[in-house]
Each structure stands twice: as structure tokens, then as C-alpha cells.
Design a protein around this ligand. Structure first.
Ligand SMILES: [Zn+2]
Length: 413
């Protein structure tokens, strides 16, 4: 796993530990680490080589294998540049910050982390003029202000990136860059400190999780009868399990902590009615990873298997009141890509942002746009499965056929 270590001089007025903590909570490939060795640059102005020479040899040794070691100082470079690098080490000067922008300096830290990652994705080009794009050279240092507020990759640079041959690693850095820029832009547009922004959004998520069970999938009257399922060969035991897990899902005494597992339990029996699908022990297969359910579909319906193009399928169950966002999808996608699984099913009782099953061709926003983008960029297929789909099956739709149709549509966009 690629690592980026971040250091700052002791007097540096930023909250590196918090920044690292939150970056690591995002869906990410790159692992961030707050450097625990003190750095201090002697003298007034610094320059590239001398500054690097002053770094302790232990620090260089400890960060040798990192993708990057980023070191922040408030001292100015003699050439007044923002940064210089030696090897994998980048020393970034945020001197005279208040004269450049009124943005909190934490945002500046995150901006430069994004900037360094952007150059790992593609290092062919810099804008000489200020455009606000992350690939701006920033001849005028005040351009940093617009850079943080915009936090974007301009259309020309996007095209350059997507038409270049990206390695698997570069695809992963691009994935991380997207999340970091999205959050940085959202905070900076309102002059909000990025750390506060992260802490507040987390509170919001906790509130969301605490919403009542009432607004979950409206399946109170969902008592499947044998007729509904007569297209598939199910044993009485499966039906009994399905009913049992359904009763569990609808238990009004269900605590917030158990809401997720309840949907997982339900999905286990619901998808278990597909003839030939076999549930795998998740802990046994992937001790390091939090995949809700893994199905071995080798013995399953032939046509569906052809569409899925994989022997295993990962399944994620989210039982939130509101629709899942790109953040959730991305986390799941990371697990699929890392384990080389082509297709996953994302079950969300509260829906998926931007998802319109009637119009697959014009996904323009939200989590669904990410699903389409992921499929276009590396073939990863995430099949959305929402409350309405459970309803459809309840009303007689064939579950295997429904999945097959969803795969087909996704492959067509
Ligand atoms: Zn650009």
C-alpha cells in the first residue's frame, strides 16, 4: 500500500494529526501517516538542497519506502517557491500564509497533499496562468486561494489524464484525489476549516444512523408466499429462514447497531433463493476486509453468470435512512478492485444518490455517476439494488432476471 508521511515544524499552526486521521477515514488507497520525528530548519531563508540536508538521517531512512514524505515549514524559500523536492521528500513552505489568503492553514495543508497526489497521477503539464485547476503552477502565490476554493481538475487536464495510459496505481491515486478535492472544495467555498468540516459531517452521519427504523424499506406487509417464489427452486428451509430474517429486520426493538446486520441477514436469505448461489464464509476468505456477503455463483443461473464475469460476487448492505453517497460506493469499489472482483451488488434500503433506473444513460450526479464512471474506467460493475427492487420481487419479478437486466444495462452505458 502506498504511504504518504506528513511532517511539520513544531511551531507550525496546523492540526496535522487530525488531518491525517480524517484522510485515513476516507475511502482511500493511500495510507497517511503523521510523522513523529521533529524537524527544524536553521537560519532565515531556506533553499532546496540545504533544507533537505538538515533533515535527520533517521527521518530519511524511515520514509525511504514512502510514496512521498511531505514536510511543512513556515520559513520562506530564497526563490519564494511553494515547494521543492529531493527524491521522494517534498519540503513545502507556507510562509506568510495570511498575506496569501484568509483560508485556514489546515486547508492549505490538504491542498498541497492533493497537489502532490495530482502530480503522481499525471506530471506532464502545469498551467502557467491562474485557472484554479490543481495543475496550476501558481506563479502568483495568491492563486492558492482560488485553488482551494475551486479544488478541481479542469476539463482539459481531465481529458489529458483519461487519455493517458494510467497504471493501476495511478487509477487508485486518482480515486483518492477525487475524494480529497471534493471535501476541500466543499469546506473552502464557505471559508470553513477542513478539519471542522470533517468533524461536522461525521456528526451528521451519526445522526443519520440514529434515524428511526420507520423510514427503512417499506416492507411491513412483505410476507412472501410460495407463489411469489415459484420460479425458483426453494426448499422450505430457505423460506423459513427468509421469513425469520424478515421478522428480525422488522423488529421495532431493533437497535441502531443491529440495523445493518438485520439487512445483511435478510439479504443472505433473499439472494439465497437464487438456485445454485452459495454463500462463502467472509471471514475465512478475506480476514482483512469488511465485505458483508460473498457469493460463489459458479453453480448459479448460466445467463446471469455470463453477465457477472466472475465466480465470486461481493455484496454490501447499507441500512440507512437516506440514500448512500459516492463515499459509500467508493469504499465498496476499493474492496472490489483490490480483490480483483469484477462485479458487486450494493443493497441500499434508502436508495443510491443520482440513481434513476428508468434512465441509465444520463447519470450525471451522485453515487450513481461514480458507478458509471467506475465501469467505464476499469470495468468494475456495481449493481445497485434498492428498496424498490425488493418490492418488485415481492410483486412477482424474477430476482435472477432482474439482476441480469441490471448487469446488461450497466454494460451498455
Ligand atoms: Zn487543468
Amino acid at each position: 500500500m502506498a504511504k504518504i508521511s506528513i511532517f511539520a515544524e513544531p511551531s507550525f499552526p496546523a492540526n496535522i494529526d487530525k488531518i491525517v486521521e480524517h484522510l485515513n477515514r476516507m475511502p482511500h488507497y493511500i495510507k497517511f501517516r503523521a510523522g513523529d520525528m521533529p524537524i527544524l530548519f536553521a537560519g532565515g531563508l531556506i533553499n532546496q538542497v540545504e533544507a533537505d540536508d538538515q533533515l535527520p538521517p533517521e527521518l530519511k531512512a524511515a520514509t525511504e519506502k514512502d510514496l512521498r514524505a511531505i514536510l511543512f515549514t513556515q520559513r520562506a524559500y530564497s526563490d519564494n517557491y511553494f515547494y521543492h523536492s529531493v527524491g521522494n521528500r517534498v519540503i513545502i513552505s507556507l510562509s506568510d500564509w495570511p498575506y496569501l489568503t484568509n483560508m485556514p492553514i489546515n486547508n492549505g495543508i490538504v491542498y498541497f497533499i492533493a497537489n502532490i497526489i495530482a502530480h503522481q497521477v499525471n506530471n506532464d503539464f502545469r498551467h502557467k496562468k491562474t485557472t484554479g485547476c490543481i495543475y496550476d503552477f501558481k506563479v502568483k502565490k495568491r492563486a492558492i486561494d482560488l485553488g482551494m476554493r475551486n479544488a478541481f481538475v479542469c476539463p482539459d487536464c481531465l481529458q489529458r489524464i483519461f487519455t493517458s495510459k494510467l497504471t493501476q496505481n495511478q487509477l487508485q491515486y486518482l480515486h483518492d484525489l477525487r475524494f480529497i478535492l471534493n471535501d476541500l472544495g466543499s469546506a473552502s467555498k464557505w471559508n470553513e476549516d477542513i478539519v471542522d468540516y470533517w468533524e461536522n459531517s461525521e456528526l451528521e452521519e451519526v445522526r443519520e444512523e440514529q434515524e428511526q427504523l420507520d423510514d427503512l424499506i417499506n416492507v411491513a406487509d412483505f410476507i412472501p408466499d410460495d407463489d411469489t417464489y415459484n420460479y425458483i427452486d426453494i426448499t422450505n428451509t430457505t423460506m423459513k429462514d427468509l421469513l425469520k430474517s424478515y421478522v428480525y429486520l422488522m423488529d421495532p426493538n431493533l437497535s441502531i447497531v443491529n440495523k445493518g446486520p438485520a439487512l445483511e441477514q435478510f439479504a443472505k436469505h433473499f439472494f439465497g433463493i437464487i438456485k445454485g448461489w452459495k454463500l462463502e464464509e467472509t471471514n475465512h476468505l478475506l480476514p482483512d476486509c469488511e465485505i458483508d456477503l460473498i457469493w460463489d455463483i459458479v453453480g448459479g443461473p448460466e445467463k446471469l453468470k455470463e453477465r457477472i464475469k466472475c465466480d465470486l460476487i461481493f455484496m454490501e448492505c447499507k441500512n440507512l435512512k437516506s440514500a448512500v453517497t459516492a463515499r459509500h460506493i467508493s469504499h465498496f469499489a476499493a474492496n472490489l478492485i483490490t480483490h480483483k472482483i469484477r462485479t458487486g451488488i450494493f443493497i441500499s434500503s434508502g436508495g443510491i444518490t443520482g440513481y434513476n433506473p428508468m434512465n441509465w444513460k444520463s447519470a450525471s450526479k451522485g453515487a450513481y455517476k461514480l458507478i458509471i464512471d467506475l465501469h467505464k474506467s476499469n470495468g468494475t460493475a456495481i449493481i445497485p439494488f434498492v428498496g424498490e427492487d425488493i418490492e418488485a420481487v415481492k410483486n412477482g419479478a424474477n430476482l435472477a432476471e432482474l439482476l441480469e437486466k441490471k448487469c446488461m444495462r450497466l454494460h451498455m452505458v
